[in-house]
Unconditional design. Sequence first.
Length: 483
Amino acid sequence: MYKNNKDFLWGGATSACQIEGGYDIGGKSLTISEMRPFNPKLNRKNLSEVFAYNKQDYIDSIKNDKGLHYPKRYGINFYNNYKEDIALFKESGMNVFRLSISWARFFPKGDEENPCKEAIEFYKNVFTECHKNSIEPVVTIEHSDLPYSIIEKYNGWLNPVTIKLFMKLVKVLFKEFNQYVKYWMPFNEINTVLMAPDSGAGIFREDFKNEHEYLQASYQSLHHKFIAQAEVVKLAHSDYKNIHIGCMVANISTYPIDCNPINVLENEKYQQLMKYFFFDVMAKGFYPTYMLKYFKNNSIVLDISDYDLNLLKENTVDFISFSYYSSGTMGQKNEEVNSSNLVLLGKNPFLKETEWGWQIDPIGLRITLNDLWNRYNLPLFISENGIGVLEELNSDETVDDYYRIDYLKSHIKQLLLAIEDGVDLFGYTMWTPIDVVSASTNEMSKRYGMIYVDYDDYHKGTGKRYKKSSFHWFKNFRKTGKL
Ligand code: BG6
């Protein structure tokens, strides 16, 4: 079926702070992600270590008098290399490239009158280059890179003023780029506000009296992001009929550890809190009753106006998007915990895991697609899916990444089966077409790409690009339709 569908989008995804570099070009200010250093001693499997930053670490990073290395300030130098990279994407057979823009390039302080011209010019060039190469750009507006200036001055997303600052940015983006970009996602993985409130919302534990206040502030910040998301939909639907707005959620997939109804129920509750809640608000347009109950039971009081409730109701998304990497288990007697993307989950004895402890579950992707399609009946787009591995260039300047081919092949097979099941899926972007700096561990060593980039964890190297085996495999898949 997909072979006949010429419009299906096949490609790769990245984010600004993981690829661009040029952190101070054109007046750009620092974003929260660019203030996290590389830590060579980090235990990769220990999520609490991975996310252990405190406010002072961020403040210290501005002066950087400890001489630490901040990888996301350098990325893979896409800022200067985008033409070559996009040409390689085309050669691989990609017809879609999901990327994000950097808010701090447009409004370094967040509240300036006018945007920086360099930012407009840079992204116009990138989008033009995509179209020249027959690649559809799909754009995320905020991907873990809130400008620090907005955090410092306004307390990030906790302050409703940030909605206004964000909409100022969005107005510029739509005005300048609506002819270039059809598909937009206001936020990457909106649920990360709760898992990593520092980068997701721009708030810090140290600023709150206790865990309860911190949690309440996280939900309030999330509410402001929901409102911003709905305002974007409203603007697009009223003034830009040619563009489509999607939500993007980190799909936290879990199975009950066994068929004991207690565990099944626990899993269901977990899925509501960690996954369905976010899709429900943005796709159905209201706070589900299970969340209202949760807030009540946990004494969480949010400032939500009638205007907000109406806005959410009237402005639901055009499509649903999500990242999918792994799955885990939930339930009692679940002794072995395993790290997956963003959360700690139980082990599943039927699955293998990556070096970072993420369990590989292609069938889970088919289950997820069926579940989301039948729950929301909105077109679906897989925004991220891929495998991070330690890799080195062989002496013949290749990387034989058969494991990545296996990973991608098995997931694509399942998404094709989901389409046969009747799911309306219109695109798939692997994470990533090219090696990038890791989001969680700030290292270059955790490589996801079909294209190898010669930089190490300290941004040392030639920066040259090399095609891995997966590049040739994907190219053949796009040409022949054969997996
Ligand atoms: C997703 C993020 O959660 O996971 C990406 O949207 C990120 O930005 C990806 O890179 C993989 O995570 P990591 O930590 O391995 O880079």
